[in-house]
Design a protein around this ligand. Sequence first.
Ligand code: SF4
Length: 308
Amino acid sequence: MKKALVLFSGGLDSRVTAKFMEELGFEVHLCFVKLPFGAGCGSPLKENEKFAKEQGFHFHLVDATKEELFLEYLSLVKNPKHGLGVSVNPCRDCKIFIFKEGKKVAEKIKADIICTGEVLAQRPMSQMKHSLVFDEEKAGLKDKILRPLSAKILPETIYEKKGIIDREKLLGIHGRQRVIQMKLADKYNITYPNPAGGCLLCEKTYGAKLNCLLKEKPSPKIEEISLLNKGRLFKKEGFLVVGRYEKENDKLEKLANSLNWGIEKNLKIPGPTVIYEKTEDKDFAIKLWDAYTNNDLKKREEFESFKI
Ligand code: SF4
């Protein structure tokens, strides 16, 4: 049986693509690249593993949240060669990164086809014909990425030329409407995530926090990055984070322990946990804790200029 490696985000299009390739008779392998900084265009790892298991697909995880791949991704966030989107999202570089990692997996498993769930013109910049071609060229995959959902209106790939797949059986979906994909998902009886869920790098508030962290710490630790989507972030001599609810307080405490940061909380009085990086900020942390424990809006205002 021929193998199709789907570069899989977990979103509607990539789920439908995987099922579509299965329908065409391929053994389906999913390649999911887990990105740092809360980046991702589809579903989180656990949901994607679940989908693969339910469908009987092979699952290949590339974990870019640690070691060398993390450093590589960090450098493209700091210095994107192909620009940023609305916030700090280096979408073009990110896609090229994912393609390159997918290529390695494809070689390892000897995949016959590499494909994605990309749909022509679904996104204004990154999914226009020239962008699709550009990205695959940069990843060393010229003509080697099949987009089964739009293939009929895209240039022929090497797979069609070689007869590995019949172009006539592929689709010609175009544009932002997802009606056809949703109908296919119904036909295949699969669920898919809400398209509104998205990549943290595209969020402006997250972007501001990340920029601030990278300015202070060009090579941040994973735990420091994990803090950015938790609680309220402040910067005085060092960084401080105020938890917003119990579970978050617990997570912050764990992170503070592994980073060797200070912790301000009061077991007798319900309130936030405040963690702080530098001992010089201990008094500031106590005042923050007080303002947020007593829900005193006037007191909180005093800290607004330190909030990121
Ligand atoms: S939105 Fe952009 S930066 Fe975020 S995961 Fe998708 S391609 Fe990457």
